[in-house]
Structures are given as C-alpha cells and as structure tokens.
Ligand binder design. Structure first.
Ligand code: SF4
Length: 209
C-alpha cells in the first residue's frame, strides 16, 4: 500500500459540513500566509465530482480573484483540459495544497502544507473523486511521498485506498503548467507532449467510470 495522507481522511473539519468548512477557510489564520493573502482560494468545481485536481498554491491572479488556476499557467491548463473535452467548472473540482498565496510565489513551506492539510482532506472526503490529478511536485509530494522525481512519476497511475469507496482512487501526477510555459516545445517527448498524452489517458479512464 502507498503510504499517503489519504490512508485516513479524518481531519479537523470532519464534523462540519462542506459549506461550514468553506466559511472557516475564508477566515483561516492557521498559518502566517493569512497576513499576506488578499483572498483565500478554496476551489472551483462541483461537490461531489468524479475528477479532482490539486495544484501547488494560488499565484498573483488567483490571490486577487479568489479562483484557482486563472493566471497564464491556469489558462494553459484550461486549454489543455478543454482539448480532451474536460470543461471547467462543471467537469472538474480544482484546488491547491495551499489555499493562500505564498509571497512572491515562493515554494510552499512544509509547515504551511501541514497547517492547510485538514482543508485538503476535508475537500477530498466531500468531493469523493474517482480520479485525482496532482499538478506539479508539491502536490505530488503531499499525496504520494515518492522518492523519485516528477519526471519519473508523471504519467503513472497509482491506486490508493480511500474510505469513501470500495474501489481504489486512481491518482496521476502531471507537469505543472507553469513549467510547460517555460518549455514551449510540442515535439514528441517534450514536457508539453507528455502532458497531452497524460491528459488523454486521464480522459479515457474517466469515460469508463
Ligand atoms: S494557507 Fe491554509 S492554513 Fe494557511 S492561512 Fe491559508 S487557509 Fe489557513
């Protein structure tokens, strides 16, 4: 069995409704990011939802709008999802490991991820996805704790045991769209091409569920 935080979805908000947890997040001061954020970026998408995506953290545009993946990287992600006929906001629930923007978009600290983890577990337990997409290395490390780098892990299915369904939760890591913006080639074998292959595989599997 993969050692993952999803081995138990019990969390500090287990006794609260989803909407009460959302309200708690909007006024959360669990970590120092509360003092620098503009808006808490909780999610976009329906609850429950077969397909869930977890990114890293809000950036500047997300911090202003309060919606995940709306900046340049988010627009690329949206285009790539649409190319495999996955449409926001109805087909996919989108969130991040952190709900508040780290200053200057620095990499999240492990302490911040730990403080925010209860919100993420609550979201997964309410959304009850059948497929989970991990976008970028921090999301991958938060859920899968792999020893290997993202270039080795991406595109592989992991089957995780969760307590809301008898079947395994299928988890796949893909490259972060901000990485794809810095690596624009679409040639076969390029990060963009590989991500395209990964999203096609995810859509093909989604259609069987
Ligand atoms: S990042 Fe998470 S834990 Fe930190 S203040 Fe925001 S909602 Fe709370």
């Amino acid at each position: 069995m993969v050692d993952t935080i999803l081995n138990t979805l019990h969390n500090a908000f287990s006794d609260l409704s989803y909407s009460d947890t959302y309200t708690q997040a909007q006024k959360c001061t669990r970590c120092p990011l509360a003092t620098t954020r503009t808006k808490v970026v909780f999610n976009q998408g329906p609850v429950p939802c077969k397909l869930m995506l977890i990114g890293e953290a809000p950036g500047a545009d997300e911090d202003i709008q309060g919606i995940p993946f709306v900046g340049r990287a988010g627009q690329l992600l949206t285009k790539m999802l649409e190319a495999v006929e996955i449409f926001r906001p109805n087909d996919i629930y989108i969130t991040n490991t952190l709900k508040c923007r780290p200053p200057n978009n620095r990499t999240p600290l492990q302490s911040e991820i730990d403080y925010c983890q209860d919100f993420l577990l609550k979201q997964i337990s309410e959304v009850q996805p059948r497929i989970l997409i991990l976008v970028g290395s921090p999301a991958m490390k938060t859920i899968l704790h792999p020893d290997e780098s993202i270039s080795k892990i991406r595109g592989k299915w992991f089957n995780l045991t969760v307590d809301y369904m008898s079947e395994s939760l299928r988890v796949m890591t893909i490259f972060h769209p901000s990485y794809l913006l810095r690596n624009a080639s679409k040639e076969q074998g390029s990060p963009k091409w590989l991500t395209w292959m990964d999203l096609k595989e995810i859509k093909k599997t989604l259609d069987t569920l």
